[in-house]
Design a protein around this ligand. Structure first.
Ligand code: VTB
Ligand code: MG
Ligand code: MG
Length: 327
């Protein structure tokens, strides 16, 4: 056992800093292809870069939320083992480029994201949709309820915050499937920030409403992104509920194979990411919370948020990378 391990509970806290390099590297790689209209290429370089850096960590890591099944993703597929093979056994959830379209269009809030937790403590979510609702820290338990009408959730948040409903802003993915949800939220008088992609960022933005302007996240998005967002909320505080959308027998079966025995189960953040959790995200494009990668004449600048659940520490790391060859 290392000294750091004896001083802390859960995961070795040295890993927190190590994790920063993982998302920095993926973000820089993706950022080189910002605004080129090529989602696939940007995603591929981010995956390669993240994998390379993950394999330098002193862990026995298993990807549980990754780029998909092995046959569709040659790298960072679910079940892939990463790390040096010496160190603690951990689960890893990742999205080397969350918001490939955002990156390709050079729009706000594309991120490189990774979460790390003790072995067996991240929900093995199939790549289906998840219905999600989230608020940041500072609310009494039970303020949100995934089964309540959107208007009730908005009203509860407004009341708890002590503001009129008209001063609440909800973040929702701009999708035809959300037409009724959007209508219902608008009918309350609340504002909506419609995002094109990137609901990991959308959920995380609820944790700092003063900075981001977002109070609540609502709607359906990817289940893998739900687990990543839950990992972040575990570290910052806040509440989240998610329910897998298993609307065909095939999906129910696929989920069952991954250990989901109740297809209607509501997962709280602490059910999706248990125990000690580390989380890092680096901005690829400029966003509401994180600046995007900047390519200067002599150095590259990155902006990363790195979180740890057992200490609830939130660190923002602005790094200047001098050794441009390395990137
Ligand atoms: C979200 C979002 C992603 O997919 O999960 C969303 O976080 C949901 O899927 O950035 P649809 O695009 O099918 O609606 C993304 O937008 C893209 O992966
Ligand atoms: Mg991805
Ligand atoms: Mg994604």
């Amino acid at each position: 056992m290392t000294i750091a391990q004896t001083l802390s509970t859960g995961l070795d806290r040295v890993l927190t800093m190590e994790l920063v390099r993982v998302t920095e590297r993926a973000a820089v790689a993706a950022a080189r292809l910002r605004g080129r209209g090529d989602e696939k290429a940007a995603d591929q370089v981010a995956v390669d870069a993240m994998r390379q850096e993950l394999n330098r960590l002193a862990i026995r890591g298993t990807v549980v939320i990754g780029e998909g099944e092995r046959d569709e993703a040659p790298m960072l597929y679910i079940g892939e083992e990463v790390g040096t093979g010496k160190g603690p056994a951990v689960d890893i959830a990742l999205d080397p480029l969350e918001g490939t379209t955002i990156c390709a269009k050079n729009l706000p809030n594309a991120l490189a994201v990774v979460a790390l937790a003790e072995k067996g403590s991240l929900l093995n979510a199939p790549d289906v949709y998840m219905d999600k609702i989230a608020v940041g820290p500072g609310y009494a338990a039970g303020v949100i309820d995934i089964d309540a009408p959107p208007a009730d959730n908005i009203a509860a948040v407004a009341k708890a915050k002590g503001v009129p409903v008209g001063e609440v802003t909800a973040c929702i993915l701009d999708r035809p499937r959300h037409a009724r949800l959007i209508e219902a939220v608008r009918a309350t008088g609340a504002a909506i920030r419609l995002i094109g992609d990137g609901d990991v960022a959308g959920v995380i933005h609820t944790t700092d409403p003063d900075e981001t302007g977002i109070d609540i996240y609502l709607g359906t998005g990817g289940a893998p992104e739900g687990v990543l967002a839950a990992a972040a909320l575990r570290c910052t505080g806040g509440q989240m509920q998610g329910r897998l959308i298993l609307d065909t027998p095939e999906k129910v079966e696929r989920a069952a194979r991954m250990g989901v025995d109740d297809p209607r189960r509501i997962y709280r953040a602490e059910d999706m990411a248990r125990g000690d959790v580390l989380f890092a995200a680096t901005g690829v494009t400029d966003g509401n919370m994180l600046a995007g990668v900047k390519f200067g004449r002599t150095f590259i600048t990155t902006h990363t948020i790195v979180l740890r659940s057992s200490s609830r520490t939130v660190r923002e790391i602005k790094a200047r990378h001098q050794d441009l060859e390395k990137f």
